[in-house]
Design a binder for this molecule. Structure first.
Ligand code: G1P
Length: 297
């Protein structure tokens, strides 16, 4: 089995109802953390991991995403004339080479497993990555890069994993642990959004996956699971029964749930503070604001 991962799927078909009214006219993935759209963080992480082909599973109303990755000749020529080379370089770094990016439509919202399955014809018989752009991970070494390296060593299916509080397990895919092997966790079961009190652990799946072609074959059978949706978790769990070849990867870094408003705000503060150009002033503002609020209490 070839252990180089060069293709990644980005499921971006969701309606983003939690961010209405903003998402009435812009895709959630274009919403900005400081000054970069959510999707740019996912793309940068994929590139750092050696991904060369980017497959977007989209839906109606997502054309702003396609434009975002395209060249912007008028904007570029204006910046060139004004000698704004920094901005020009930054803009160019968001362009995708012709043929490096593909879009496939998910024409019915049947779940994450179904979204991934929609990309099957673009994958061939190779391992592939899946990145959920809602999960933004700040890390010294990008999470997917760590996982790709682990995959080169061990093969198998690898999902990013993180401990969550017991009362939150019902919001995630949860791993049933067989054996801990450093950051890798050999898994003996996996359940999507377990009912409260029934989770096999509190080790949750976070939105980064390295998957083998067998997962696509499992998805071909399309059984609906939790919430009546076709779940990626179920297709991976099936693989445990068939090959016992599924691992969790305890990544290093801070994960932000940018699918929720609270998580998005937290990420905005963290990324703002981490910026050389904004951090000091922002820190000043935050400390003054916190002090004022405390004094008013
Ligand atoms: C999806 C997956 C779930 C995973 C989660 C991570 O759920 O189905 O297994 O734990 O992403 O963010 P969603 O958040 O789309 O409901």
């Amino acid at each position: 089995m070839k252990r180089k991962v060069t293709k990644a799927i980005f499921p971006v078909a969701g309606l983003g109802t939690r961010f209405l009214p903003a998402t009435k006219s812009i895709p959630k993935e274009i919403m900005t953390l400081v000054d970069r759209p959510l999707i740019q963080y996912a793309i940068d992480e994929a590139r750092a991991a050696g991904i060369k082909e980017f497959i977007f599973v989209t839906s109606r109303g997502k054309s702003a995403l396609e434009d975002y990755f395209d060249n912007a000749p008028e904007l570029e020529s204006t910046l060139r004339k004004k000698n704004k080379t920094d901005l020009l370089d930054m803009l160019k770094s968001t362009n995708m080479d012709s043929g490096a990016i593909a879009y496939v439509r998910q024409n019915k919202a049947l779940g994450l497993g179904h979204a991934v399955w929609c990309a099957r014809r673009l994958l061939g018989n190779e391992p592939f990555a899946v990145i959920l752009p809602d999960d933004v991970i700040a890390a010294e070494k990008p999470c997917l890069q760590e996982m790709v390296e682990a995959f080169a060593e061990t093969g198998g299916n690898i999902v990013a994993a993180m401990e969550v509080p017991p009362e939150k397990t019902s919001a995630y895919g949860i791993l049933d642990i067989q054996e801990e092997k450093g950051p890798l966790v050999h898994v003996k079961g996996m359940v999507e959004k377990p009912a409260e009190g029934s989770a096999p652990s509190n080790l949750a799946v976070i939105g980064r996956y390295i998957l083998t072609p067998a997962i696509m074959q499992n998805l071909n059978r399309m059984k609906s699971g939790a919430g009546g949706e076709i779940q990626l978790t179920d297709a991976i769990a099936e693989e445990i029964a068939q090959s016992n070849n599924v691992y969790g990867y305890r990544f290093r870094g801070q994960r932000y749930d940018c699918g929720s408003k609270a998580g998005f705000l937290q990420a905005t503060v963290a990324f703002g503070l981490a910026r050389d150009d904004l951090g000091p002033e922002f820190w000043d503002y935050l400390t003054r604001m916190v002090a004022a609020r405390k004094a008013a209490q």
